[in-house]
Ligand binder design. Structure first.
Ligand code: TEU
Ligand code: CA
Length: 545
């Protein structure tokens, strides 16, 4: 008996502003560009836009390094442009969720500029400073996600500051109540402007205890989130989603449990990281394993079935394009993109679409490091080459999992630069834009885009999709994904083929039923018998009463 929330039936669309739509032709996407595409998003049927950071920033990490939380990056527009986006979106029933990046700021943030001035400065304790180790090296062995030590020596004071990401992203000190108070004030300022929620960047890090080398799930993490909830959005009906790479089903219940007063939901990444190499991480991936994927996704469905809430996603601005990662972008790009959408959107939780996913955008194939812009990839390239990897090997891994391969401009049409900009874009457009673009997708009734549109609409009309009890079937089958959702005498069965082959599998008795075909990427199916036959990447849903 979960209390009903508007975001249970909502579908969220992530906009990565830099690559969405460039209205003034400087090669960088902007807020007026986003506003100009609201009708596009409205016709897709989404309810919420999660906007990656648009704040003032030197863009060391594309805006995840904020130098002023209460202003807009000039290349993206002005506060007036933002207010207009919020109100135009609201007119269409769409809410704007902001990216809240409060684990760290930019080194150009005035707090850090002050903090650097030395011990005794009132802002010193806004960040995490430590004396060098006995040998003059970093205080301990904490590492940055972007490579190298998480500590940088500041010659001004002879002390090290902590940065779990780039050297230009110093970590805020959440143990300092003054830091927390400033952040809550800033959050309330945005809430007053009418936003619909926050996506919280690496929020599992804010309780860190650096002297014990504890980064995620620190002892006060949930205290801070409850305090934040109380002091900011607690009485507002908004959507909050925490980015928590460390989340387990147990901690997800703490974040999103109904009596916890923390967040609406979190992003968990187990289905992502289970595909990474134990030693080389995402820079060397493992062969795709459907049995594992089903078991991870199923585990989360079961764990949060009575309390808490799942987010559902295949991709985002940090991850490869879904169709390139889990589908078949060369052999069956359309079928497999629709199959992946079907499997994800009919699970229990709030689905998130990463811009371009709805038109089947693929990872761009890059051939040299010069084509990359991302600080993470550039750092990792340097480190891996130093460690003896060949440039070719590095590019091969990067093409699979580096962030820029999924950050190329949105492909709007077959016009130059995919209609993203009239000027030269900040990063190359995927050369497949003449074929894969929104204009072509919208005019084709059988397109991936129309498939997404149907899935989004189905969630609004079928309670069983929103609240039905999840059950997985054929768990050990290596090629098919079959699950059911059951609510008040209704049963929805979803079946999908994750291969390019025709398959026949025997169905358990409980699933041999007939009803109404809801959606399919081939012909609708309205009855299931003893044997289920599936064409390459076929996926469908049957609703039986
Ligand atoms: O991501 C957190 C994060 O951990 C990723 O950087 C991840 O480590 C990496 O992509 C996997 O190798 C968030 C944002 O989503 C990301 O864009 C930012 O770069 C990062 O935080 C720092 O703010
Ligand atoms: Ca622009």
């Amino acid at each position: 008996p979960i209390e009903r929330k508007w975001w249970h039936t909502a579908t969220v669309y992530q906009v990565y502003p830099r690559s969405f739509c460039d209205l003034n032709g400087d090669g960088v996407g902007d807020i007026p560009g986003i506003t100009s595409k609201l009708d596009y998003l409205k016709s897709l049927g989404i309810d919420v836009i999660w906007l990656s950071p648009i704040y003032k920033s030197p863009m060391d990490d594309n805006g995840y390094d904020i130098s002023d939380y209460q202003d807009i990056a000039p290349e993206f527009g002005t506060l007036a442009d933002f207010d207009r986006l919020v109100s135009e979106a609201r007119n269409r029933g769409i809410g704007i969720v902001l990216d809240l990046v409060v684990n760290h700021t930019s080194d150009e943030h005035p707090w850090f500029v002050e903090s650097r001035k030395g011990p005794g400065n009132p802002f010193r304790d806004f960040y995490i400073w430590r004396k060098p180790a006995a040998d003059g090296g970093p205080p301990n062995s904490l590492k940055s996600s972007f490579g190298g030590p998480a500590w940088t020596l500041d010659t001004l004071s002879g002390e090290y500051y902590l940065h779990l990401f780039s050297t230009r992203q110093p970590d805020l000190n959440w143990e300092n109540p003054a830091v927390r108070a400033e952040i809550y004030k800033m959050m309330n300022w945005w809430l007053e402007r009418g936003i619909a929620g926050f996506r919280m960047d690496v929020i599992d890090y804010i309780g860190k205890q650096v002297d014990h080398e504890i980064v995620h799930d620190g002892p006060h993490l949930h205290d801070y989130l409850q305090e934040m909830n109380r002091k900011t959005f607690g009485n507002r009906d908004i959507l909050t989603v925490g980015e928590t790479w460390s989340a387990t089903p147990g901690s997800a219940l703490l974040y999103s449990g109904r009596n916890r007063h923390e967040l609406s939901m979190v992003f968990q990444f187990e289905h992502v990281t289970q595909q990474w190499d134990e030693v080389f991480g995402k820079w060397r991936s493992k062969p795709f394993d459907l049995v594992k994927l089903k078991s991870v996704l199923g585990k989360w469905q079961y764990a949060l079935s009575d309390d808490g809430w799942n987010s559902l996603f295949w991709g985002n601005h940090d991850l490869p394009r879904a169709v390139s990662k889990y589908g078949d972008a060369t052999g069956y790009p359309v079928e497999s993109a629709k199959m992946l959408a079907t499997v994800l959107h009919l699970m229990k939780g709030t689905p998130f679409i990463y811009q371009g996913e709805e038109i089947g955008m693929t990872n761009v194939p890059f051939t040299t490091i010069e084509q990359y812009r991302d600080i993470e990839t550039l750092n990792m390239h340097r480190l891996h080459i130093e460690a003896g990897l060949s440039p070719e090997e590095f590019i091969k891994g990067a093409n699979e999992n580096a962030r820029d391969n999924a950050r190329t401009p949105m492909q709007w049409s077959a016009a130059p630069y995919g209609g993203f900009s009239t000027g030269v874009p900040w990063i190359e457009v995927n050369p497949n834009y003449p074929k894969i673009n929104a204009e072509a997708e919208m005019t084709d009734e059988t397109s991936i885009w129309n498939h997404y549109r149907k899935l989004i609409a189905l969630r609004k009309t079928h309670e069983v999709i929103v609240y039905g009890t999840y059950q997985s079937w054929l768990d050990s089958h290596p090629d098919v994904f079959v699950y059911s959702r059951t609510l008040d005498g209704e049963r929805l069965v979803v079946a999908a083929n994750f291969t390019a082959r025709d398959l026949t599998v025997e169905l358990p008795g409980e699933l041999r039923l007939s009803g109404q075909g809801l959606i399919s990427n081939y012909e609708l199916v309205d009855a299931l018998g003893e044997n289920l036959t599936l064409k390459p990447y076929e996926a469908f849903a049957v609703l039986a009463r």
